[in-house]
Write a protein that binds this ligand. Structure first.
Ligand SMILES: *[C@@H]1O[C@H](CO)[C@@H](O)[C@H](O)[C@H]1NC(C)=O
Ligand SMILES: *[C@@H]1O[C@H](CO)[C@@H](O)[C@H](O)[C@H]1NC(C)=O
Ligand SMILES: *[C@@H]1O[C@H](CO)[C@@H](O)[C@H](O)[C@H]1NC(C)=O
Ligand SMILES: *[C@@H]1O[C@H](CO)[C@@H](O)[C@H](O)[C@H]1NC(C)=O
Ligand SMILES: *[C@@H]1O[C@H](CO)[C@@H](O)[C@H](O)[C@H]1NC(C)=O
Ligand SMILES: *[C@@H]1O[C@H](CO)[C@@H](O)[C@H](O)[C@H]1NC(C)=O
Ligand SMILES: *[C@@H]1O[C@H](CO)[C@@H](O)[C@H](O)[C@H]1NC(C)=O
Ligand SMILES: *[C@@H]1O[C@H](CO)[C@@H](O)[C@H](O)[C@H]1NC(C)=O
Ligand SMILES: *[C@@H]1O[C@H](CO)[C@@H](O)[C@H](O)[C@H]1NC(C)=O
Ligand SMILES: *[C@@H]1O[C@H](CO)[C@@H](O)[C@H](O)[C@H]1NC(C)=O
Ligand SMILES: *[C@@H]1O[C@H](CO)[C@@H](O)[C@H](O)[C@H]1NC(C)=O
Ligand SMILES: *[C@@H]1O[C@H](CO)[C@@H](O)[C@H](O)[C@H]1NC(C)=O
Length: 729
């Protein structure tokens, strides 16, 4: 106990030091003013930015504001990142954003912002990531954005932007990722874009571009993904120079009003996905074999004629769509020859509505191949055995989706699901019940059409990038959406040898890798969208109000565990709040430096916060005569409260003390578990380095005997065993 106190002192002193340093910090006044103006033009219905008027932005860590750690030459601190994603913000972007002259990341994704993109953003030449996806921004892109010579990623997709792509974009020489899809951009694509020589992913689909495809684009020698679907290049063709886009992995020009012949892409050796469907291409399918790794080949809904090239086999092919063309000759029933279906592979071959009149080879595809031939003359040939099954008109849905059931043999009732705990499906520890971190994620432009063969390598990619073990990720469900895009939900489980929950720094670490696009490049899986990071259960508990209690000395932190709040999906920002709370905590801590420990009180209905004095009194100063049990965790005492209630007090020994958060999480967990056979939690005490839980006292024997009583133990559901574990560990 004494050692603890000394330790507490040392901590208090070091907090004090940090606070003094922090107090001397100052953010550039121009930037402070800018932030206040930025807030003024935003509408913040959920008051997420409520701390944006308290103290200094960098020193007091305003929500979503991150600063450089070091002082600049001018002696001021500068704002490095503005991270205001999924905060339900509306209103407009203030021109004063341009005053944040040192900003590196600007992230306003998935809000409801309206108005135009202020041209002043073009002044922030330090910007590396400009992320405005998923708002209702309108107007055109300001020419000044072309000044952002350090920009690596520009995402304005899913807004209502219109107008031309500024020619000034030619200066964005460091941009690798340009996402402008799902807007109303129009006019001719500027050939100047071909000067953006580092471009890797260019997504311009679902706009209203017209004119022609600039032949100069062939200069984009790093371009791996070019997606232009649903634009209108009225009657022009694909320039033959596109055959020299040698880094292409995916080319998608669906529904672009293109005409002419299909170029020869056979020298693009990394090509895996080619979609030229819903155009008016004419002539034959080029007979030269494309790259070995082709997964998807969609030329459907064109006016192609001639025959289907024979003898071309792609071992990874998943989708071959040639339906609704004018193809004639015979069906090469050999396409699937080299495919290994052992690896969960599947192949769909759609040749409906052509002029195919015969079959070449054995019409006996393996069951993993879906072949469609309806609307072809060959269907009338009754002498071809088994043709009927391929000529039926009803079709199954091509899209697949899946949700995993972590059924296994772990009893369903054994993990407190209402508390958002779950079994970690692939944990090496059988039936490991823990609280997952949930992340909504979408592959924007994958280069495959059927996920199962690649799930494992995808999971390895994600976990390796996050420095987690493979078993910690469970893809809860995935679903193909229009695009096609692949939407999925991840659950990340804590590792079994750490704890049932992630700690805060781990959550922050994972969240920030997602939010800063810290994943290594992959063209096969393509670019991704972070949809949300949902903090539920133990992670949601921490909607924290810091307030200095007047009656009480020290800190009073009310952690509101409203059921509603924990069900709500809450964005990462909460974590930021949480961090803020922790910092505040430290900060306040020394203001009342008389106290050695940070006493945290939580508010849960029916759970009382006892003072140390009350419990000392109730147990006759923890007299040995009141002791009714003991274990590695510490001791259990029988106590009598001043209102005569008889209680059992579990007092953690020094080795069993937990972090404040773990302790509070545990209390919260215990308070939610109700069972007729279970002793109920009445309250806790968290003062002066003590951690105690107060239970209703069971008159028959000691708590431990009662809990391990033979006949009842076996009937316990896991819930209760879990509680026992918590109590007696
Ligand atoms: C988002 O803001 C709108 C008002 O702009 C409000 O009606 C809605 O409830 C808010 N949604 C959430 C999840 O806070
Ligand atoms: C993009 O636009 C297309 C066409 O309007 C639409 O089908 C698709 O759902 C949109 N994508 C998203 C993610 O909104
Ligand atoms: C594009 O780059 C070329 C050199 O590669 C240069 O001559 C030309 O001026 C650039 N165009 C623009 C619009 O910057
Ligand atoms: C697309 O552009 C054409 C002119 O090229 C215009 O007539 C049409 O209204 C635009 N459509 C949309 C949806 O903006
Ligand atoms: C093609 O794009 C137009 C808009 O440009 C859209 O109205 C139409 O539905 C699209 N057709 C297909 C088959 O996607
Ligand atoms: C494409 O543009 C042409 C010419 O402006 C127009 O006639 C045609 O209807 C448009 N097609 C689509 C699908 O919008
Ligand atoms: C093709 O892909 C491989 C492996 O990803 C890569 O090393 C190579 O540079 C790519 N080739 C081209 C021309 O981009
Ligand atoms: C083809 O895919 C395999 C793995 O699926 C990969 O190892 C190989 O590098 C790819 N080849 C090319 C040319 O991209
Ligand atoms: C593919 O078909 C073979 C039999 O031809 C079967 O053994 C295998 O399980 C199938 N694979 C899948 C993923 O359905
Ligand atoms: C998962 O389990 C639920 C309930 O047991 C069941 O209704 C559902 O069909 C299962 N889903 C899958 C994909 O097995
Ligand atoms: C966030 O993710 C959860 C699943 O983790 C999902 O149910 C919810 O709809 C998502 N919210 C948004 C706004 O995408
Ligand atoms: C603000 O954050 C910085 C860096 O994370 C930290 O060092 C500092 O103590 C925090 N300040 C306050 C007042 O919480």
């Amino acid at each position: 106990m004494w050692a603890l106190r000394v330790h507490g002192y040392a901590l208090a002193v070091s907090f004090c030091f940090i606070a003094l340093v922090a107090a001397s910090r100052k953010t550039d006044p121009l930037e402070v003013k800018a932030l206040k103006d930025i807030k003024k033009s935003l509408i913040d219905p959920s008051d997420k930015l409520r701390n944006w008027n308290k103290g200094d932005p960098c020193a007091a860590n305003w929500t979503g504001v991150r600063c450089f750690d070091l002082k600049g030459d001018d002696g001021y601190f500068h704002i490095r990142e503005l991270y205001l994603m999924t905060l339900n913000l509306s209103g407009t972007l203030a021109p004063q954003l341009g005053m944040l002259s040192h900003l590196v990341i600007m992230n306003f994704m998935w809000n409801n912002l309206i108005g135009t993109i202020p041209k002043e953003i073009g002044h922030i030449t330090s910007l590396i990531l400009l992320l405005l996806s998923g708002n209702k921004l309108s107007g055109s892109l300001p020419d000044e954005l072309g000044n952002l010579k350090n920009l690596n990623r520009l995402q304005v997709d899913e807004n209502q932007l219109s107008g031309l792509v500024p020619k000034s974009f030619a200066n964005l020489v460091h941009v690798k990722h340009l996402h402008m899809n799902n807007n109303s951009f129009n006019g001719q694509l500027p050939s100047e874009l071909s000067n953006v020589s580092n471009l890797i992913h260019l997504l311009l689909d679902n706009n209203n571009f017209s004119g022609y495809l600039p032949p100069e684009f062939s200069k984009l020698q790093s371009l791996a993904i070019l997606q232009l679907d649903n634009n209108n290049f009225s009657g022009n063709g694909i320039p033959s120079t596109f055959e020299n886009l040698l880094s292409l992995v995916k080319l998608s020009l669906r529904n672009c009003s293109l005409e002419g012949a299909i170029p020869d892409f056979s020298s693009i050796r990394n090509l895996t996905y080619l979609d030229l469907s819903w155009n008016q291409f004419t002539g034959p399918i080029p007979s030269k074999k494309l790259a070995d790794n082709m997964t998807t080949f969609d030329l459907s809904h064109n006016k192609l004629n001639g025959s289907i090239p024979r003898g071309v086999v792609y071992p990874h092919l998943q989708r071959l769509q040639l339906e609704n063309n004018l193809l004639s000759g015979s069906v090469p029933a050999t396409i699937w020859q080299n495919i290994s279906f052992s690896k969960k592979a599947k192949l769909i071959i759609d040749l409906d509505n052509n002029l195919l009149s015969d079959i070449f080879g054995d019409l006996n595809p393996p069951i993993n191949v879906t072949l469609r031939l309806s609307g072809n003359p060959v269907c009338k040939k009754s002498n071809i055995q088994g043709i009927g099954q391929f000529c039926a008109h009803e079709r199954r849905d091509v899209d697949e989706s899946e949700s995993t059931n972590s059924t296994d043999v772990c009893p369903i009732q054994s993990c407190p699901v209402d508390n958002f705990f779950e079994y970690s499906p692939s944990s090496p520890v059988h039936c490991f019940c823990a609280a997952p971190l949930r992340v909504g994620y979408r592959l924007k432009s994958p280069s495959f059409s059927y996920f199962p063969p690649y799930i494992t390598s995808f999971e390895s990619y994600i976990t390796a990038s996050l420095n987690l073990s493979l078993f910690q990720l469970s893809i809860d469900s995935y679903e193909w959406e229009k695009g096609p895009r692949l939407r999925m939900y991840f659950k990340f489980f804590p590792s079994y040898n750490d704890s049932y929950t992630f700690n805060i720094s781990e959550i922050l670490r994972i969240g920030s890798i997602f939010a800063s696009w810290g994943f290594p490049r992959t063209d096969f899986f393509g670019p991704y969208e972070l949809l949300n990071v949902t903090l539920l259960g133990p992670y949601a508990n921490m909607i924290i109000n810091t307030e200095s209690g007047k009656g009480k000395k020290g800190i009073k932190v009310a952690i509101l565990i409203a059921a509603a709040a924990s069900i709500l999906a809450i964005s990462v920002i909460i974590i930021l709040n949480l961090l803020l709370f922790r910092r505040k905590l430290k900060y306040r801590h020394l203001i009342s430096s008389k106290r050695m420990s940070s006493d945290i009180y939580i508010k849960i209905d029916g759970v009382k916060s006892f003072t140390l004095k009350e419990l000392t009194h109730a147990t006759n100063k923890f007299d040995i005569s009141t002791k009714v049990g003991e274990g590695g965790y510490g001791n259990v005492y029988k106590g009598i409260l001043s209102d005569e209630t008889v209680v059992a007090v579990k007092r953690a020994g020094e080795n069993s003390l937990q972090g404040q958060k773990e302790f509070l999480t545990e209390i919260e967990l215990l308070s939610r578990l109700h069972h007729r056979n279970l002793v109920s939690l009445l309250g806790y005490c968290n003062e002066e380095g003590e951690q105690m839980l107060v239970y209703e006292f069971m008159p028959n024997g000691t708590l431990r005997e009662w809990i391990s009583g033979k006949e009842s133990y076996r009937n316990f559901s896991f819930e209760i065993r879990n509680v026992i574990y918590v109590i007696f560990r």
